[in-house]
Design a protein around this ligand. Structure first.
Ligand code: COI
Length: 355
């Protein structure tokens, strides 16, 4: 082991959940990783300890000014019993981009990935193997200096927790119903839209709740200036198939640079499918629907994997996509991506990393 993380084994391991009834984010493993940061000392004291509550000062900066960030990736067990991660280097890079935006200290990317591997190794028995499941990994950093003035914290904790998960949406690959949000906005130029920080999600809850009340699972955000161009779906990036072109919003600062999004684009290009990262007006989607050219829509994300969209509602009018069923492109992408992740499809892209 390259880094000397101490390991304290949990003396009271929990009973593992039934993989048949796993949902997203409700179960947690026996251990977690913690490391401290202090100005002048840097990141230090990385350790694996029994999973449990944290003791934080009520004045900790994170509680008042939300100086924090988080990531998401997954570990899988292949049919041969190998444990692997999907593109963890991308999470490490994105962490440092988010850290820069949130004035959180940079973290060594190699150490970051090794910490994930060390923790996953300790709790490898928790990786569920049923179709559609995985071990979700949640690295996050919180500012824990006790200080009420507004400035960057001088102390942080980097924590990693693990959660055996089923599909993000209860219906799994059953297409979701999405509401196009035209009242609230998620991000604007110069804001924190491309950073993976909790504040973006806290600010999205109101819109999500209102969409739920109307019977929709998620919202599709429009741009924050003109409410004209499609951006992303609540917890994932959005893809539209119009005619023979697959379109997703460009990474112009307001969109989360999804690792699954990047992988989907690469897979589509490899298959010779036309894929564009470009501005797409919601009116263009509506026109395509009217002309019978709106063929498919799906969400991509670590938690969501590939989630087909069966219905999109804009200003009270519903568009039923692909007859409300999963489209062939979404199905093939899901099969390829989840297959690579779980080791049942050959990883030609060199994306998986053994633990
Ligand atoms: C992920 O897909 O890993 C995410 O971070 C989305 C999360 C907000 C559920």
């Amino acid at each position: 082991m390259k880094y000397d993380f101490t390991i304290t084994k949990n003396p009271n391991p929990k009973t593992k959940p039934d993989p048949d009834t796993l949902r997203f984010g409700t179960e947690f493993t026996d251990h977690m990783f913690i490391m401290e940061y202090e100005d002048g000392k840097g990141w230090h004291d990385g350790r694996i300890v029994p999973y449990g509550p944290l003791c934080l000062d009520p004045a900790a900066v994170v509680f008042h000014y939300a100086q924090e960030m988080f990531e998401g990736l997954k570990a899988y067990k292949t049919p041969a019993g190998k444990v692997q991660l999907f593109r963890p280097d991308m999470n490490a890079k994105r962490t440092n981009k988010t850290n820069d935006r949130l004035c959180i200290p940079q973290i060594d990317e190699d150490l970051y990935v090794e910490a994930i591997k060390a923790l996953v190794k300790v709790d490898a028995d928790w990786i569920p193997q049923k179709e559609g499941t995985a071990l979700y990994i949640r690295p996050f950093i919180i500012a824990d200096e006790a200080f009420l003035g507004v400035r960057r914290s001088k102390h942080y904790k980097f924590i990693i927790i693990l959660s055996p998960v089923g599909p993000y949406y209860e219906g799994g690959l059953t297409p979701t119903k999405i509401y196009v949000e035209d009242k609230y906005v998620r991000a604007t130029d110069g804001g924190t839209g491309e950073a993976k920080c909790g504040g973006n999600y806290a600010a999205s809850l109101k819109a999500q709740e209102e969409a739920h009340e109307k019977g929709y699972e998620q919202i599709l955000w429009l741009d924050g200036v003109e409410r004209k161009y499609v951006e992303e779906i609540g917890t994932s990036n959005a893809f539209f198939m119009i005619g023979d072109e697959i379109i997703t919003a460009p990474l112009d600062g307001t969109i989360l640079p999804g690792i699954t999004r990047n992988s989907v684009i690469a897979l589509l290009k490899k298959k010779g499918i036309k894929v564009s990262e470009r501005k797409l007006a919601i009116d263009e989607v509506v026109d395509a629907y009217k002309n019978g050219q709106f063929k498919e829509m799906f969400a991509s994300g670590t938690a969501a994997v590939i989630s087909p969209v069966g219905e999109l509602c804009y200003k009270g009018d519903s568009m039923i996509i692909n007859g409300g069923g999963i489209g062939p492109v979404a199905q093939e992408l899901y099969d390829t991506l989840y297959g690579i992740q779980t080791g049942t499809v050959k990883d030609d892209m060199d994306w998986t990393v053994e633990v």
